[in-house]
Design a protein around this ligand. Structure first.
Ligand SMILES: C[S@@+](CC[C@H](N)C(=O)[O-])C[C@H]1O[C@@H](n2cnc3c(N)ncnc32)[C@H](O)[C@@H]1O
Length: 217
């Protein structure tokens, strides 16, 4: 599928899919969305010093890089992605300058250059495993404290916002584990609730009224 790099409202880049009229991040601000949905309402509410994170849709690595920049916790990060972004696309992303992270350029490069299917120590406190896998095949059990659920929207991939997928997410989380997503759709909330999540509606990032957070109680 054709992919184009575009600039979102906060100045940060994202990838646009013309065939689907869909983006990897919010058009209202890729960095703002990532910080609000995944960091403020996800990472920041976990009190443990050691945290394992599953990202559903590794994509550009933006959520991974921001997580690295925002935390001093010990993070074991697993990013699942079936269609990795290529090197030429990565070069066109402006996350290092937009995040004022010029001193962490080597980390951003390392996140993208390390091999798939193996665990890599990115820094003293941050390990990364990139898994080339379909979400539909995830079968981890009681493994993660936090899930960043960042699939394309239900408008274009409704099959990824179903009870089948959320059941996999529920099983993959430890007790009291948390799943955050930018989606606020009623059908998504109901699918999450029906597999056992306690779901809260939270204020959304710029340009979106609400988002969802599920807890495995
Ligand atoms: C919204 S984007 C993720 C954006 C990413 N979190 C970031 O920060 O760049 C959704 C991602 O899911 C991937 N994807 C779509 N369908 C998939 C599937 N069935 N299994 C695994 N990955 C899939 C896409 O290639 C895309 O990278």
């Amino acid at each position: 599928m054709k992919r184009e790099i575009i600039i979102t409202s906060d100045g940060s880049t994202t990838i646009h899919l013309p065939d689907w009229n869909e983006q990897y991040h919010s058009k209202h601000g890729a960095i703002q969305e990532a910080k609000h949905v995944f960091i403020k309402n996800g990472l920041d509410i976990i009190s443990d010093k050691n945290i394992s994170i599953l990202e559903i849709g590794f994509g550009t690595g933006l959520n991974c890089f921001i997580t690295f920049l925002e935390t001093s916790k010990n993070v074991d990060y697993i990013g699942v992605e079936a269609y990795p972004v290529d090197e030429n696309e990565i070069k066109k992303l402006n996350y290092i300058s937009e995040l004022n992270a010029e001193n962490q350029t080597t980390i951003f490069d390392k996140i993208h250059s390390v091999s798939w299917e193996e665990k890599h120590q990115i820094s003293d406190n941050f390990s990364l495993t990139k898994r080339k896998q379909f979400f539909e095949e995830i079968s981890d059990k009681n493994k993660f404290d936090l899930i960043y659920f960042d699939a394309f929207g239900a408008r274009v991939q409704p099959e990824l916002w179903t009870e089948n997928i959320f059941e996999r997410m529920f099983k993959a989380l430890k007790n009291n584990g948390v799943l955050v997503t930018y989606s606020a759709k009623g059908s998504v909330r109901r699918a999450m609730q029906s597999v056992g999540f306690s779901v809260e509606r939270l204020e959304g990032p710029p340009g979106k009224r609400e988002m969802l957070r599920g807890i495995k109680k």
